[in-house]
Design a protein around this ligand. Structure first.
Ligand code: NAD
Ligand code: UDP
Ligand code: UDP
Length: 309
């Protein structure tokens, strides 16, 4: 198939492009390089079946494709909060333009949504039927509400125009190709541990997250796109929950670091807990994560070690 991946030069997008090329597809990778980097494309950008397009999804785009994976959007709080208006425009105008493209071409469409649509959840684990607890005017809203609107648009284009759509609710994912200055917790802690700088825990560190290795996540996205006709939404993530303080301890011991732990103010509206219920993904896709946190973190530590040399 001829597939368009938006956000292609980012962390997840670049892994997805590579997987789709390896599966024999032709891939057009689109990105405005806001948080993405050309070096993420290096291992496959010269392949004949790959084309890179420098473009911003908030503007219309006319192409002929069979499928669209819409991943364009900064995902780290420090990046999506730097220009919040652009963030919500990216999710909303981006979804409208790409759904318009899917409507015109008849392409299948996958929207990369997020566990953030659950906000600061009042139940755990989070099932797809939970409607969430999002502050619509807080500093995270540009991301959370943008992604919620993108889910609404995806669903309404499907209901109104019969588009073949998928919604993936992605939970915290980590791995090689995260930028050292990404700002999310796994990359921050590893970079800090390797450089001997203080490990910055926001708040008391008792808040929890559930971390999925990128290879597992990409396999889930591919299965959702190709191996089911169900639109979702489907949670994709690793249900192993860990506190941020425990994560810091794991990374310190894995790297043999001398770094001290320091406490920093907790950001406003930081969710206290997050863990996916993945029964739907297991049933529909025969999918569950295979890579343990210790295996995945060890590969990621190696990647950041290589970068620093
Ligand atoms: P990332 O920041 O590494 O990648 C996002 C990419 O989108 C970047 O290459 C960036 O340059 C590009 N982009 C941003 N705005 C754009 C625009 N207006 N036009 C074109 N390109 C634009 O983040 P990521 O972790 O790879 O996330 C990819 C997608 O997955 C995002 O939509 C994110 O919301 C979603 N997601 C990721 C996670 C995670 O833990 N990694 C969790 C939930 C959801
Ligand atoms: N669009 C696009 N590429 C296409 C088709 C549409 O970028 O190949 C954009 C176009 O800018 C439009 C949006 O997608 O504003 C939504 O398309 P739709 O057909 O739903 O809306 P309409 O054109 O009827 O306003
Ligand atoms: N966090 C932290 N130190 C950091 C970066 C993040 O303690 O250097 C915390 C953050 O407050 C949150 C968790 O780690 O509770 C996950 O943050 P991240 O930005 O990775 O993702 P998100 O909050 O979007 O899940």
């Amino acid at each position: 198939m001829r597939l368009l991946v938006t956000g292609a030069a980012g962390f997840l997008g670049s892994h997805l492009c590579e997987r789709l090329l390896n599966d024999g597809h032709e891939v057009i990778g689109l990105d405005n390089l806001y948080t993405g980097r050309r070096r993420n494309l290096a291992s496959f950008s010269t392949r004949d079946e790959f084309t890179f397009l420098l473009h911003d999804v908030t503007f219309p785009i006319y192409l002929e494709v069979d499928g669209i994976f819409n991943l364009a959007c900064p995902a780290s709080p420090i990046h999506y909060q730097r220009n919040p208006v652009q963030t919500i425009k990216t999710s909303v105008h981006g979804a409208i333009n790409l759904l318009g493209l899917a409507k015109r071409t008849g392409a299948k469409f996958l929207q990369a949504s997020t566990s953030e649509i659950y906000g600061d959840p009042t139940c755990s684990p989070q099932e797809e039927s939970y409607w969430g607890n999002v502050n619509p005017i807080g500093p995270r809203a540009c991301y959370d509400e943008g992604k919620r609107a993108a889910e609404t648009l995806t669903t309404d284009y499907s209901r109104q125009y019969g588009l073949d759509v998928r919604i993936a609710r992605i939970f915290n994912t980590y791995g090689p190709r995260m930028a050292p200055n990404d700002g999310r917790v796994v990359s921050n802690f590893i970079v800090q541990a390797l450089s001997g700088n203080p490990i910055t825990i926001y708040g008391d560190g008792n808040q929890t997250r559930s971390f999925c290795h990128v290879d597992d996540l990409i396999d889930g996205l591919v299965r959702l796109f190709f191996h089911t006709t169900a639109p979702g939404p489907v949670n994709l993530g690793n249900p192993e929950e860990v506190s941020i303080r425990e994560l810091a301890g794991e990374i310190i011991s894995m790297t043999g670091s001398q770094s001290q732990i320091v406490s920093v103010d907790i950001p406003v509206d930081d969710p206290k807990q997050r863990r996916p219920d993945i029964s739907k993904a297991e049933e529909l896709l025969g999918w569950r994560p295979r890579i343990s946190r210790s295996q995945g973190l060890s590969v990621t530590v190696d990647y950041f070690r290589d970068l620093s040399h």
